[in-house]
Design a protein around this ligand. Structure first.
Ligand SMILES: Cc1ncc(COP(=O)(O)O)c(C=O)c1O
Length: 394
């Protein structure tokens, strides 16, 4: 029924990952891509059907948010995330990254401190800089158990007057699914302070194995200071529709955010995006469950391959997202050099150094693809790294 393991030829469709490789890989093209976060398998077929039906009318005019739309979003929040969301809390928006830009500008003062927890999805840095706010870094702590938040560091920054926290949950790129206990501590630290929590939960449906995502929305004590960013884009592989939903339970916060959007005429939703969201959230549950199992299998394939062929590569425990975080520091090369060598061997990955200082020697690998592609990519990595061992630099 589902086609996660079926290759689709995306070349020649102006696809960023397949058709625009030259800039990222020193002029090279034709690489097997494992980079930008979309998937190389088809979306949920009822979405294709809904879009096709809508397009058949031949008019893609301005549309507004209908009740069926907010009901579909609220239904998903309740069914999949145990979160009761009132329809008027839902603020449809374009991409999550632009929405973060708006949130920073609308809800913090010029020069205000905004907290990020590196290593983190690189646009988190750009949106702060673009808004002229001050980036406050609270790096994740890494020990034998993996990555965790520095809760004491977070407390200090909050007490020192930071006005916003950009929380990445699940966390791209270290693959963490934060536990209820960890998130409860984040809520306790922020509660009562004049700080807005922007919880980017774009990957919230993409947990691996038996991990369970806990939405920040479940912590009622911070409801008045919370924006939860959600989307079908990663879950259903429809990122190109640029349609997301912010969920803002607090009336005051939501009014301020909406007023900012209205003043800038940023209130017309994407007509096709809304059709896709309704079709996805109507009953895409089984498809998402199958995808989770498929992605868990892909992460296991990578784990087994590294254990057998490249034991010096350390992979962060894959708990969520489809973006694996590979520590290749044992090879003594920069991220740029690793990416360059892997590209020469035929695969395109992301340099870990993009996600924070201190992560040179790391790379990020998107494994949302059919397994033949995944295995071919792993062989490319092996062909790139083995000569480094032979050069004697490790
Ligand atoms: C954590 C995170 N937030 C946001 C985005 C991008 O969201 P959008 O395309 O809706 O701007 C991504 C894409 O990879 C992501 O990983």
């Amino acid at each position: 029924m589902t086609g996660f393991d079926r290759a689709v030829d995306r070349r020649g469709t102006a696809c960023i990952k397949w058709d625009f490789q030259e800039m990222d890989y020193g002029g090279k093209s034709g690489l097997l891509p494992f980079s930008i976060a979309d998937a190389d398998y088809r979306t949920y077929e009822p979405i294709v059907a809904a879009l096709t039906a809508r397009v058949q009318q031949g008019i893609i005019g301005y549309t507004d948010v209908e009740e069926a739309y907010t009901a579909a979003v609220a239904g998903w929040c309740a069914r999949r995330h145990g979160w009761t969301v009132q329809p008027d809390w839902i603020v449809p928006t374009g991409g999550i990254v632009p929405a973060m830009c708006h949130a920073i500008e609308a809800l913090t003062r010029p020069g205000a401190g905004v907290i990020v927890q590196p290593p983190v999805y690189d646009p988190f840095y750009s949106v702060i800089q673009a808004a002229g706010r001050k980036k406050l870094e609270n790096p994740l702590i890494r020990d034998e158990a993996g990555y965790r938040m520095d809760l004491e560091g977070l407390r200090r920054l909050v007490e020192d007057g930071a006005q916003m926290l950009l929380l990445c949950s699940p966390h791209n790129p270290v693959c963490r699914v934060w536990t209820r206990e960890e998130l409860a501590q984040v809520a306790a630290i922020c509660q009562g302070h004049d700080i807005v929590i922007v919880s980017d939960e774009i990957h919230w449906d993409l947990t691996l194995g038996d991990r369970e995502h806990v939405t920040m929305g479940q912590f009622g004590e911070v409801a008045e200071q919370l924006i939860v960013c959600t989307s079908c884009s990663k879950t259903f592989n429809i990122a190109g529709l640029e349609t997301s939903n912010l969920i803002i339970p607090g009336d005051r916060l939501r009014d301020r955010y909406r007023a900012y959007l209205f003043a800038r005429y940023l209130f017309v939703p994407n007509t096709l995006g809304m059709e896709a969201v309704k079709a996805a959230y109507a009953d895409g549950d089984a498809w998402v469950d199958e995808q989770q199992a498929f992605l868990t299998g892909n992460a296991e394939i990578v784990e087994a391959y590294l254990r057998e062929h490249l034991p010096r590569v350390h992979m962060a425990e894959p708990q969520g997202t489809y973006l694996l975080w590979l520590d290749m520091t044992a090879y003594g090369k920069s991220s740029a050099e690793l990416v360059e060598r892997i590209a020469q061997a035929g695969a395109g990955l992301n340099a870990g150094s993009a996600y924070g200082s201190g992560y040179d020697g790391f790379v990020r690998m998107n494994v949302a693809c059919p397994r033949a592609q995944l295995r071919a990519g792993l062989d490319c990595i092996r062909r790139a790294l083995e000569p480094i061992e032979q050069e004697g630099s490790v």
